[in-house]
Design a protein around this ligand. Sequence first.
Ligand code: PHE
Length: 343
Amino acid sequence: MENLLKKIEGYRNEIAAFTALDAKAVEEFRIKWLGTRGIVKEIMGAMKNVAADKKKEAGQLLNEFKLFAENKYAQLKETTINHQPDTSTQIDLTLPGDDIPLGSRHPVTLMRNRIVSIFQRLGFAVAEGPEIEDDWHNFGALNLPEHHPARDMQDTFYIQQNPDFLLRTHTSNVQIREMEKGVLPIRGIYPGRVYRNETVSARSHCFFHQVEGLYIDENVSFADLKQTLYFFVKEMYGKDVKVRFRPSYFPFTEPSAEMDVSCFICGGEGCSVCKKTGWVEILGCGMVHPNVLSNCGIDPNKYTGFAFGMGIERPAMLKYGINDIRLFSENDVRFLKQFTSAI
Ligand code: PHE
C-alpha cells in the first residue's frame, strides 16, 4: 500500500508537469496513461495484491488518480484544439509586399485635365452637375422651351418611367445650376459626361465628354470671350495656330459662334482630319442669352457673360492619333496603357 501511494504520487507529478504542443503529443499522452495497456490500467490491475482491509482506501485512491489523468487528458485536448496555430491563414508579415502594377490615366481624363488646367490658371473654378437631369436644367432654363425646334439639335435619351428626366445632352446644365446659386461673379469650368441618342460608329458615340465654361460679371463683352479663347488655343495647340470665329446659333447664347483652329495636323494645307479645309472645329460659344440670365434669377440689365462648350474625345483623338471613338469605352488594357500624362 505504501508503495502504491508513492507510485501514484510520482505519476501525479509527472502528469501535472506534462505539456503538449500538438495533437500528436496529446494522443501519446492518452496511450501512455489511459490506453488499454496504459499505466492507469496497469495499476488498477495491481489492486488485487492489496490487502483486503486496505482495498476500499486503495480503490478510492486509484479512482481519484484515474479521474486526474482523464481530466488532464481532456484539458490537453481542449487547449491543443483551440490554440493550434491555423496555418491556412497565417501571414508572414516580414515578407516583402506584392508589386501592384502602376496604371495609367485614361486618354479622356488626360485631355480633360489639360483643358481644365488651362482655364484654372485664368481663375476658372471647377464644378460638376448631375448626369440624370430634369428638363428645366437641360433645356427649359437654357431658352429651349418645350417643342422648340432646336431641341432636335440634340437627340435625347429620356427616362422611361418619368420623361421629365433625361440623360443630359450637354454640360450646359451645370451653367444653370451654378447661376441658380446666385453668387456672382461666376467664373467656372464644368467637365462631364453627356449622352445623345446617336448611332455608334467610329466617329460618334451615344455618350461622350464635354467641358463647358461660364463667365458672368458686370461689363463682360465678346472681346473678353475672344481673348479667353485665344489664350486657351495658344496654351493648348501652340503659338502658331490661327483661330477663326464663324457665326452660329445656340438658343442659350446671343450672338453665338463656333470657333475653328487652323489644322494642327497639316498646318492648314489640307488633310483628311480637316477634310481639306485647313480648319478644325473646336468649340461652340457666345454671349449668355438674357433670357437664360433671367431664368436663373440674374438681372440681365446689370450682368452679362459668355459661355463656351467643347468636346473632349475629338481633341484627344487628334492628339493621340486614335481613329475610333469606341476604343475609349471598350476598356481594353492594351489600348489604355499606351497613354501617359506627359502630353
Ligand atoms: N452646349 C453646346 C453643345 O453641346 C455647346 C455650347 C456651350 C455652345 C456653351 C455655346 C455655349 O453643343
